[in-house]
Design a protein around this ligand. Structure first.
Ligand SMILES: Nc1ncnc2c1ncn2[C@@H]1O[C@H](COP(=O)(O)OP(=O)(O)OP(=O)(O)O)[C@@H](O)[C@H]1O
Length: 341
């Protein structure tokens, strides 16, 4: 559906050249929800602007729905843009227009006759759950309702791709969940491809099929969400995953335990699927004469399945501790020793 081949984007500034996107290769499949995650300055916004043709790459090719958008003329680019729609963190609504008039706006620009426009607007109002709000002004709506208007407006001309630019970052956690559920239902009902950029791993965990992690303009890791959660490779990915699986209090407890018991070992186990059903902990305690302390346990649900993490503190004879870790490893449970660094 969308392919990026060796794409780079450089900006020339007074302070020198900034490489916002650095040699990126990506393939986003039709009908999937694809997440791009990174901290501020990683290059996410530039990526999304490249995908809708608002920026031209300095090098490389971008193919959207079979069309190479890097070299086509303005007229053809407009046609492609018609199929690629966008929603924004701050909604970008027209404040002097009602909900219905906001949703109708792209239809007016596309020259859709009034009667069809009205019918389409009503359909969209129902789709996004804003029945009865058509005559409200944006100032009379909650944040979540404003984003629903943004989504309805983005869908008006039946796009094939929806780009979401930090679409839930201005919303509280409950409203975020409701908007993410709406995006999933739209993706399923309409078969729409969704590409979202975010700095929140919860968003990726909840709705994405696949994820790309960006750092310094590069895609440093990419894969199925469940796999990336289970087995993050890069330090930055590990940090993002721990946003979800290890609350801040746990990190504090871990630090305290490392300080109090410098001799014991803290290990993190990651389970997936049927591994979660094995009595590994009781076997460990029966087989080894060690002190085993549960620091934290957690189960995270992703779109393609659940995985669990368990942080244990094991103390006792150093050789027995190493053997116990080997034992856990043999049960095909991913094991990581947490060090004081
Ligand atoms: N038009 C521009 N001119 C010069 N530099 C730019 C321009 N747009 C982006 N940059 C620079 O490119 C880098 C990547 O920026 P980008 O906005 O894409 O990152 P981001 O991950 O979206 O971060 P944020 O969430 O803070 O917007 C930054 O160093 C930024 O300052």
């Amino acid at each position: 559906m969308i392919s990026l081949k060796d794409v780079s984007k450089k900006f020339k500034t007074k302070l020198g050249t900034i490489i916002a996107v650095d040699d990126v290769n990506l393939d986003i499949k039709q009908g999937e929800i694809f997440g791009i995650i990174g901290y501020s300055g990683a290059g996410k916004s530039t990526m999304i602007r490249l995908l809708n043709g608002l920026e031209k790459p300095t090098a490389g090719q971008i193919i959207v729905n079979g069309k190479e958008i890097t070299s086509i003329n303005e007229e053809k680019l407009r046609q492609v843009r018609h199929k690629v729609s966008m929603i924004f963190q701050h909604f970008n609504l027209l404040w002097s227009r009602t909900v219905a008039e906001n949703i109708a706006f792209p239809l007016e620009i596309a020259g859709v006759p009034k009667e069809q426009r009205l019918a389409r607007v009503n359909e969209l109002i129902e789709l996004v759950g804003l029945e009865g709000r058509g005559n409200y002004y944006p100032s009379q709506l909650s944040g979540g309702q404003k984003q629903r208007v943004g989504i309805a407006r983005a869908l008006a001309n039946r796009p094939e791709v929806l780009l979401c630019d930090e679409a839930t970052s201005a919303l509280d956690p409950e409203t975020t969940d409701a908007i993410l559920d709406l995006l999933v239902s739209i993706n399923e009902k309409l078969g729409l491809t969704i590409v979202l950029i975010t700095h929140e791993m919860q968003v990726i965990q909840k709705i994405c099929n696949r994820v790309a992690v960006m750092e310094g303009g590069r895609v440093v890791e990419e894969g199925d969400v469940l796999e990336v959660f289970q087995n993050p490779q890069q330090p930055i990915t590990k940090r993002f995953v721990s946003q979800v699986s290890e609350p801040t209090q746990t990190m504090q407890t871990i630090q305290n335990l490392l300080d109090i018991y410098p001799n014991g070992k803290l290990i993190k186990l990651t389970f997936v699927g049927e591994q979660t059903e094995q009595p590994i902990l009781s076997r460990l305690i029966k087989q080894f004469e060690l002190e085993v302390n549960i620091v934290q346990g957690n189960i995270s649900h992703t779109k393609s399945g659940a995985f669990g993490t368990l942080i244990l503190q094991i103390d006792g004879d150093a050789l027995a501790v190493d053997e116990a870790i080997r034992f856990i490893h043999e049960q095909k449970v991913s094991t990581e020793v947490i060090n004081n660094d």
